[in-house]
Design a protein. Structure first.
Length: 369
């Protein structure tokens, strides 16, 4: 049989041409993904201008593009596409995106804030693929600086830690079967409580999902459980137990594939006290007794004259927010002062009121003749 080298070469050339054409058609630009988020903003503050809220911050250190050599050329490194400004209103869990500031900007005016409301602000630097939360310690001065109360006394803020975790088990359960889920949750809570030496009521399962079996839960701290470990200690013990795979404590449920510590710490605004008509009670600084009384007056007097430049300044006494405990706050406090009867009813009209307060103030500090 005779060979035909020229025909073979033509066939090979044709195949190569077709493959090359195919590659040329199918291939396209491949988008790169920026896996490096920008640095966070710092010195975040919310200020009451009298007509709106001015949110200020120090720009991300990445808010200036630099260049690095790569493959014989220079490519941009870092950079910020802008800043997203979020606002959370007291009593709500979800932050609302209220605006975007351009790169190079360090402030944003919130003209939609409503008098009588309390807000927490956040500013997040972002680039093409990432967004960065500010690094703020809950309850710190930096945290409180982004909280603002419009037309009311500064709110009480407490730091709340939720000890939460997620465990994934190599098991199968139909999450649509409520009875099966209830049995699983009961077995899980009982096993976990016995393992950690805590009351089952301290374990709150917040979700069960498929994907093997994924369980989200919270360990609670409760009063009167002095003989039991704290929630944080209990979770730390659980993490240690799971990491030590010499024993399978969860054999009745299924092997543990993963455990994640989802503990969060946040500053939570405590609603201001209100009277029977829903009006905010101003000046009840001590929260003792049932009304604004002389204990609150003396607490106020101790702080009178201080400004926000004073390290000992306590914003809760700045009843009319202006950065100082002054006469504006004094008169607001005097208006709220009042309780029924008692030894402080100096004018004998049956009510401890502002008249008694001024009568008391006139003789305050004088000695016995």
């Amino acid at each position: 049989m005779r060979s035909h080298p020229h025909r073979l070469l033509c066939v090979v050339a044709l195949v190569v041409t077709m493959l090359t054409a195919s590659w040329a058609v199918d291939s396209g630009p491949i988008a790169s993904v920026d896996n490096i988020p920008p640095a966070p903003v710092t010195e975040l503050r919310a200020l009451n201008t009298g007509t709106d809220v001015l949110v200020t911050w120090t720009q991300s250190i990445d808010d200036a593009v630099s260049f690095s050599p790569f493959g014989g050329s220079y490519v941009p490194r870092g950079g910020v596409n802008g800043y997203r400004v979020y606002r959370t209103q007291q009593g709500e869990d979800t932050a609302e995106l209220i605006g975007i500031a351009a790169p190079g900007q360090d402030q944003f005016t919130d003209a939609e804030a409503v008098t009588g409301s309390t807000y927490i602000y956040s500013v997040k630097a972002f680039d093409l693929d990432n967004e960065t939360d500010p690094e703020i310690v809950p309850g710190s001065a930096s945290d409180l600086a982004r909280v603002i109360a419009l037309g009311t006394a500064p709110p009480d803020v407490v730091v709340v830690t939720k000890v939460q975790s997620q465990m994934t088990f190599d098991a199968v359960i139909d999450v649509a079967d409520e009875a099966a889920v209830e049995v699983f949750v009961t077995d899980f809570v009982t096993l976990l409580a016995n393992l950690l030496g805590i009351d089952p009521s301290r374990i709150s399962v917040t979700g069960v999902a498929q994907g093997s079996v994924i369980v989200d839960f919270e360990i609670l701290d409760v009063e009167g459980a002095a003989d039991e470990p704290t929630a944080e200690t209990a979770l730390a013990e659980l993490l240690t137990i799971v990491a030590d795979d010499t024993a399978d404590e969860f054999a009745t449920i299924g092997p543990v594939l993963e455990i994640v510590d989802n503990t969060t710490t946040d500053a939570v605004i405590i609603p201001l006290p209100v009277d029977a008509n829903g009006n905010i009670i101003v000046g009840w600084f001590t929260r003792s007794g049932t009304q604004v009384d002389f204990d609150d007056f003396f607490a106020f007097a101790d702080n009178f004259g201080r400004t926000d430049a004073d390290p000992a300044f306590d914003g809760s006494f700045d009843v009319v927010p202006n950065g100082a405990v002054d006469f504006d706050d004094f008169f607001a406090f005097a208006d709220a002062f009042g309780s029924q009867g008692g030894v402080f009813d100096l004018d004998g009209d049956g009510t401890v009121d502002v008249d008694d307060f001024f009568a008391f103030a006139n003789v305050f500090g004088t000695g016995v003749q």
